[in-house]
Write a protein that binds this ligand. Sequence first.
Ligand code: 6PG
Length: 246
Amino acid sequence: MIKGILHLVPTSETLAHETAKFIQQRIKNILQHKKRCSISLSGGNTPRKLYQVLASEPYLSDIPWSRVDFFWGDERCVAPDLPDSDYRMAKEAMLDIITSHWHPGIYRIEAEYPPTEAARRYEKTLREYFGDSSSAFDILLLGMGEDGHTASLFPFTQALKETERWVVENYVSKLQAWRITLTAHFLNLAATTMILVSGANKKEVFSLIQSPNASPEAFPILLIQPKNGELHWFVDEDAFSGNASG
Ligand code: 6PG
């Protein structure tokens, strides 16, 4: 039984459109009582189509993107113009189009710096933006890997234990690579968290995380428990298994 609200959609295509509609509605609601809306993007393949939809009509013209600030939940330790970069994926799929019409804030993780420095710099950026407010992102997009990781919070890695810092460098031995990731402690301050799960390759892990024995160390997605915010799962039929929501 996963916690949160389940949005079960037929296909990956409808997942992109349903999440775009949901984000549109949330941004417009938020901007009715706030000057700006902060949204944290996730990397990987799942959100690419969503980003392309958000950069197309009606969303391109309808959402006042100049009042939106983009952040990232994690980043690979590569330069921003390399294929592995989460920033580059979002730039190519969405931001290049949006910024040709609007002037949003873009706060990328400068993962070209050495890992510890990159994490320190992004934490400074976040603390300057959010201050010591008890809430953080208005909207947080997350994915889930086949191993149950989210952002770059991978199973049994050091980052899972962090309770003070908002951003950490995290060595992922199975990838033999450093990652920069926001910590569960900070991610859980988001007002609206959206976890996007798509594809038959996620069916097994989506089933496993519903087991009462599933541990957050083994399945870090289970660390995502918004402190005061809403948790929404957007799952397509290929990935869905078992019963959910509650
Ligand atoms: C990343 C993401 C990561 C991603 C999952 C799922 O940098 O890769 O932040 O957490 O969301 O790995 O990736 P897919 O959407 O490609 O399955």
